[in-house]
Design a protein around this ligand. Sequence first.
Ligand code: R5P
Length: 296
Amino acid sequence: MAEAQGNIDAKDYGIGVPQDSQGYYLKGSANLDWGMKDRLARVFNPTTGKTVMLAFDHGYIMGPTSGLERMDLSIVPLTSYADCLMCTRGSLRQIVPPTCGKPISLRFSAGSTVLTDLNDECTMDIQEAMRLNATMVAVMVAVGNKKYEGQTIRNLTSTVNAGSRVGIPVLGVTAVGKELVRDSRYLSMASRVCAENGAHVVKTYYCSEGFEKVAASCPVPIVIAGGKKLPELDALKMARNAIDQGACGVDMGRNIFQADHPIAMIQAVRAVVHDGESPEKALDLYETLKNAKVAK
Ligand code: R5P
């Protein structure tokens, strides 16, 4: 056979050099399959282990939130600064350019809006997430909600089943009802329930007391939501504290797209999350970018 004639003899066996066992850099993820790890590595920067996710899925429960009235004008210019985009399938198809090359954390559960009773949700079809090339799918979990706790946990578990079949990781989003207090006791419980039910990443809120316990007792990476709009320095301080206390990133919306200068703000948040910058230095960066002609 021709192949038997001209082949170079195999000789680079690396005898004596142990094969790298390739540990994984994200907690709780070492035993996942290759596809899951590949997708998570597109969300969390493998060098810093952190992520800046840009959340603009608010419309699915809140309608045209301030800053999201025209997402083609307000969000698209921000996408190149984000590590991952968190959005609904509607906004993905309607405004996110498929050429942007960013990983997508797809809002996978949906149901009632702020006009009625939040958290009465169902989930989408995993085939739809695959069609949209989702990198991760996000499901709301209402721990402690008397009406919808069980339903939303079932949504999470069925999504983990579906995601596991196709290698798509699941983000468990801890919903906080008006009747619940966002303290470390509650947030630890809600985050842990998500992780124990198979979430590969958990999104929760920052709390000023005991957040390190929330992060430590959650066996998978935690990202924090930004919550309501704060003064820029306060939002940067929150991000700094969350990272220092164990968060692996932010999934931030209003504190970026409602800032005076969203492009400057997302870069300031990146400086905190990825470069270890202090909130004060990051605010200086924000002001500099805001005042520079190139920043829009
Ligand atoms: C959460 O469930 C929302 O849909 C947002 O994705 C999340 O709250 C992050 O946005 P923000 O930083 O505005 O709270």
